[in-house]
Design a protein around this ligand. Structure first.
Ligand code: AHR
Length: 330
């Protein structure tokens, strides 16, 4: 009996040691430009701390130079893992090669660097930004058809995200790739609102001054859509009625705006990567390795009524906001 107890005790001690591995994760975050970003930061910090690991978090305030400095600081500190998403796509070659030379496993999350094929990384999880842009456009085309406006000439403006970020260029490319096949949807203008509500509002104000008739706003994140809604109201127009508004991210403010009848739809881009990153780190600790695929999460589209096709094959239908599985936690 005594022997059995000793064996059990040793096993418990081994398991506790494994779950309390002294791991430090250096997380180079872009900034705090949106509700999406806040949810992403909170999700990662909470998950790392819940494991009993240490998070070295750095908020670069949208500045690439600060991210480069943070990555170098993580190398100097000798963190065990580096979690990275870059404010823009280019300019990371040198510092990410330094991370590789330091042999610190690099985990890419959210936005991908354009040098991805030239570097080593332990895992990569990010949004399919081109597909998200396509979905914004398909939802719009099919919604217009559903309300009998499929053949009408409609004027479209686009609020782009941060210039040089793949989340912005991908969505813009996806939107334009689809809209080119629908010549009755005329893109009047497409400018960056830098993924922030304030800049989205300012750019929408300038669009409203420049163009007499805007029928559709495609905002590459929900935050910019929120700013634009303020600009539309200030111009004496009714958001979602006078101007159809489609956002991206599926954050709680978009839910509130759709329920309030001030926004039409949002395409999901999840910020919750902890459920992928934490198991990856545990698997790496156990000696496993992974391929070079960038893993995209399953994502959906939400609107007031549901039932609008939003993919090229017409098979995926938008989900009514109140029917979202898990509700609107961020
Ligand atoms: O990279 C993801 C994008 O960045 C989100 O759509 C946006 O809200 C965030 O700022």
């Amino acid at each position: 009996m005594k022997k059995l107890f000793a064996v059990l005790l040793a096993m418990v001690m081994l398991v506790s040691a494994a779950s309390a591995m002294a791991i430090t994760v250096g997380f180079s975050q872009i900034g705090q430009e949106s509700d999406w970003r806040t949810a992403n930061t909170d999700n990662m910090i909470a998950a790392v701390e819940a494991e009993g690991w240490t998070m070295q978090y750095d908020d670069a305030q949208q500045q690439q130079a600060k991210q480069v400095a943070a990555l170098r600081s993580f190398i100097t500190q000798g963190v065990d893992y580096i979690l990275f998403t870059g404010v823009v796509s280019t300019g990371w070659d040198e510092v990410l090669k330094e991370v590789n030379e330091a042999e610190i496993p690099l985990i890419l999350m959210d936005r991908m660097p354009d040098c991805i094929d030239a570097i080593e990384y332990a895992g990569a999880f990010g949004g399919d930004f081109v597909e998200e842009g396509r979905r914004m456009a398909y939802w719009t085309v099919n919604y217009l058809a559903s309300v009998g406006r499929g053949d009408e000439e409609v004027n479209v403006v686009i609020l782009e995200g941060t210039t040089g970020a793949d989340a912005a260029t991908g969505r813009t490319n996806g939107i334009n790739e689809v809209l080119v096949n629908y010549p009755n949807l005329v893109v009047l203008d497409s400018q960056s609102g830098n993924f922030t509500p304030a800049e989205g509002q300012a750019v929408m104000e300038s669009f409203l001054k420049a163009y007499d008739k805007i029928d559709v706003l495609l905002a590459e994140n929900d935050g910019m859509a929120m700013g634009a809604i303020e600009a539309i109201k200030a111009a004496g127009l009714v958001p979602s009625v006078d101007i159809i508004i489609v956002g991206c991210d599926a954050v709680k403010t978009a839910y509130d705006a759709i329920v309030a009848g001030e926004m039409n739809a949002t395409i999901e881009c999840t910020p919750l990567y902890a459920s992928a990153v934490i198991p990856l780190i545990k698997a790496l600790e156990a000696g496993e390795t992974f391929g070079r695929d960038v893993i995209h999460p399953d994502e959906f589209c939400y609107d007031a009524e549901g039932g609008i096709p939003y993919t090229a094959d017409g098979e995926a239908l938008s989900i009514k906001v109140d029917d979202r599985v898990g509700g609107w936690p961020y």
